[in-house]
Design a protein around this ligand. Structure first.
Ligand code: SAM
Length: 291
């Protein structure tokens, strides 16, 4: 089968099947072999690995994955792509194609069946409209994850990697950094895709932590505190958190926790590190418990 990373081969297969791009599915297919090689290099796939691919499209990246991995499962929502994938991947025996919505798939079950519960690698050129739900869904499902190497919108990659006090820092940065170590691999211009997206793209690798870098007594509360702190970015931390109905403490009680940490009463959430958020959520948890 001809390599699809070459634009002429992609055009030929699309024409053969009279494929019509579905904008609502975020379909921007890769047509650049350098970028495909970069993704593969960053993902570090070996013949030992089971890989989950999200949104194989016409199978461009999937061909590379099948060549290099032990086994691949690819989840594609668009049934119009399945006959194409059956042709472009016909030379491979190590692929399982699932015509499903990744947000509804039981990834834990796939990981258990295909990889005996050992950490899996996820590789994808993601549909940008659901980047955050996909990434958070993977982390929150607690599927054992070795790494996630994905193409995302450039701004989203910058938010994932952002440090405290910067404009990009927010709930996504903290959530990603709680579960993984983000590492930007390469920026990718629109002309590497067909059709060209309106935004810049970035390949990012998220290497899963063996255990979280901070100890939060109540993980759910930690994320409630983080989300509430960034919901009203311009408010002080104490005001922001006391306005959040899910955190059942008064403004004074929250201010007491902030003071106990040695922070100024006017501190804003956007300057706190992940470990400070963990400390704060533990203090809040203690206070709620003692009520
Ligand atoms: N991997 C291909 C490539 O690099 O050329 C295609 C990438 S394209 C950016 C995103 C793919 O995700 C499309 O094939 C699209 O149909 C698929 N997709 C969109 N939403 C999805 C969902 N909820 N579940 C599974 N696949 C989805």
């Amino acid at each position: 089968m001809a390599a699809l990373g070459v634009p002429q081969n992609t055009i030929a297969i699309l024409q053969k099947y009279q494929f019509r791009f579905q904008k609502r599915f975020g379909q921007n297919f890769l047509i650049d072999t350098h970028v495909l090689n970069k993704i593969m290099e960053a993902a570090g796939i070996t013949k030992e690995d089971f890989v989950l691919e999200i949104g194989p499209g016409i199978g461009t990246l999937t061909q590379y994955l099948c060549e290099n991995a032990r086994e691949v499962a690819a989840v594609e929502i668009d049934s119009g792509l399945i006959p194409i994938l059956n042709e472009t991947l016909k030379d491979y025996e190590n692929i399982t194609l699932l015509n499903q919505d990744i947000l509804k798939v039981d990834i834990g079950k796939i990981a258990a069946e295909k990889n005996g519960g050992r950490p899996i690698k996820v590789v994808a050129n993601l549909p940008y409209y659901i980047t955050t739900p996909i990434i958070m869904g993977l982390f929150e499902s607690h599927v054992p994850l070795d790494s996630i190497t994905v193409m995302v919108q450039k701004e989203v990659a910058e938010r994932m990697q952002a440090s405290p006090g910067t404009k990009d820092y927010g709930a996504l940065s903290l959530a990603v950094q709680y579960y993984a170590k983000p590492q930007i691999v390469a920026n990718v211009p629109p002309n590497c895709f067909m059709p060209r997206p309106k935004v810049g793209s970035t390949v990012i690798r998220l290497t899963g932590h063996k255990k979280p870098p901070v100890a939060a007594v109540d993980e759910k509360l930690l994320f409630q505190v983080i989300r509430a702190s960034f919901r009203q970015r311009r408010k002080t931390l104490s005001n922001g958190l006391s306005n959040a109905s899910e955190i059942m403490l008064s403004r004074d009680e929250i201010a007491g926790c902030v003071e106990k940490m040695g922070l100024s009463a006017t501190v804003r959430g956007e300057t706190l590190t992940l470990s400070q958020f963990a400390e704060l959520s533990n203090l809040i948890q203690g206070k709620i418990k003692s009520k």
